[in-house]
Write a protein that binds this ligand. Sequence first.
Ligand SMILES: *Cc1c(COP(=O)(O)O)cnc(C)c1O
Length: 359
Amino acid sequence: MNITINLVDKEKRPAPTEENLGFGRIFTPHMFVMTWETEKGWHDARIQPFAPFEISPASSVLHYAQEIFEGMKAYRQAKDRIVMFRPEMNAARMNRSAARMDMPEIPVDDQLEILTRLIDIDRDYVPRTRGNTLYIRPAMMGDSHSLGAHSASRFIYFVILSPSGSYYPRGLAPTRLKVERRYVRAVKGGVGFAKTGGNYAASFKGTTEAIAEGFDQVVWLDGKENRYVQEAGAMNIMFVADGKLYTGALGDGILPGITRDSVLMLAKEMGLETIERPIDIQEVKRWADEGRLTEAFGTGTAAAISPIGELNFAGEPIIPGDGEIGPIARHMYETLLGIQYGELEDRYGWIYPVPDKTI
Ligand SMILES: *Cc1c(COP(=O)(O)O)cnc(C)c1O
């Protein structure tokens, strides 16, 4: 790829202190930007100082929410080796989201080159403390300067990087979730499988209400029958019952998580039977009532694994196991982090190094 590079002066790039980084609050000095137009395709690729965009108030993303994004991380292993985790999966998913939202795709190899070159330039910002990471946020938006309600004729793809703190500064902790019965996140034929901003906008109201009621997050049920468990907030959700690992089958309503896929592979490796099929919330309740539900947890890049201590369904608590972190959740958490930090063997080729070519 032909990428124009315009760097911030070295002395204007102090590395951040690693305490209280939080999540997605501070950004590295550089960003990647490129533009797509009907006639030209993708062009004007550049790495430039992190800066606000100037877009028209008529820009289509502001009115019609034609937007997609990705979320992944870079990790600093021993000897300052910087790596990503299965980024080709994120790049492929970005293109599936683009296809659904009528947006232009970007070849996977180009996305990987963009990510590695940008991260390489800002490699000093990949945190050094284990558990802290460089959060990577690629996104694409429609930027036609017209209020016509149709797919944009101009798009901007950009990547920003955020040194972020551990999701668990005080250790892995179980969450209390409210099973949402009124609002839904995804419907058949809809965009639930795409990583598009509108899915998040539509989820905030239910989440805000759940938090006001003292819960940490919501569990989404399917939009048709309001029975089948789809996701826990913006994480995939898994259950351990009768010693088997259950998770919803992929389809329109479930985001194909890379952590979900990795956990299913690790489960098979440890001889755990994995079952992907629609999971009725009444079935989960019955498992718990009969003492067969030993664990429930969310999976996603931000937290890796998020153990669930309670699912509250219509005011009744469903408690997996004893409400504490179970052995499978803990094993998955430690295995994922172990592979990401290079302490465990990368048996599946999940680790993708960012070569050091710093200019
Ligand atoms: C990103 C996301 C996930 C998790 O995907 P990972 O690839 O594991 O990070 C799950 N659900 C939703 C709705 C998401 O947006």
